[in-house]
Design a protein around this ligand. Structure first.
Ligand SMILES: [Zn+2]
Ligand SMILES: [Zn+2]
Length: 193
């Protein structure tokens, strides 16, 4: 489910504009520079840190607001609390209220040959931004010391396995190969779609 939310500060009564989440593209961030809660788009399949759509300054990862799991379990009207403090008064925790909800129509899928970002997390699993819904993400050859290091990867193959009966949807596997490790400068490059 996608939601349009407003961030509200119970202390200074700051209220943000419309914030879209759950469409796989937008996320919420408290910008320290312009002291607003903003709604940048992420670069698909990349870790690249976006700039603030309001003041055009690079956002700090510490400002990202993670309320996703609360939204999944919430029943409308959604009102959830984030651990982030209000960027205006730096007091009270931000709360979010639902303005409306929508069904996201976009299915995000990279093309074969596309360059994506990924990371091996503690469990040994490969994670690629926007692709947590894919049944299997496979790194062809895992380089040494790969854990928790952002990598540039190339999509080599997309595999669709039809289910044993035709009632369920087919399973999708994405195969990638290691290109190089990403530096902090890479992550701050201007987004290129
Ligand atoms: Zn406030
Ligand atoms: Zn800003």
């Amino acid at each position: 489910m996608g939601y349009v939310l407003h961030a509200i500060c119970p202390n200074c009564s700051y209220e943000s504009g419309d914030l879209r989440v759950g469409d796989g593209l937008h996320f919420i961030c408290a910008c320290e520079n312009c002291k607003s809660v903003v709604n940048p788009q992420r670069v698909r399949f990349h870790f690249t840190i976006p700039i603030c759509p309001n003041c055009k300054v690079r956002l700090a990862p510490s400002g990202f607001v993670n309320i996703g799991h609360q939204l999944i379990y919430a029943r409308p009207p959604v009102e959830v609390e984030a651990t982030n403090r209000c960027p205006r008064c730096n007091d009270a925790k931000l709360t979010f209220k639902e303005i409306k909800h929508f069904i996201p129509r976009l299915i995000l899928m990279p093309a074969e040959g596309a360059v994506v970002h990924g990371q091996i997390v503690e469990s040994g699993k490969l994670e690629i931004p926007n692709l947590s819904w894919v049944d299997g993400l496979h790194l062809e050859v895992t380089p040494l010391d790969a854990q928790d290091r952002p990598m540039e990867l190339k999509v080599t193959r997309i595999q669709k396995t039809p289910p044993p009966d035709d009632k369920r949807s087919s399973k999708i596997g994405i195969f990638v190969e290691f290109v190089r490790y990403l530096s902090q400068e890479d992550l701050e490059q201007a987004p290129m779609e």
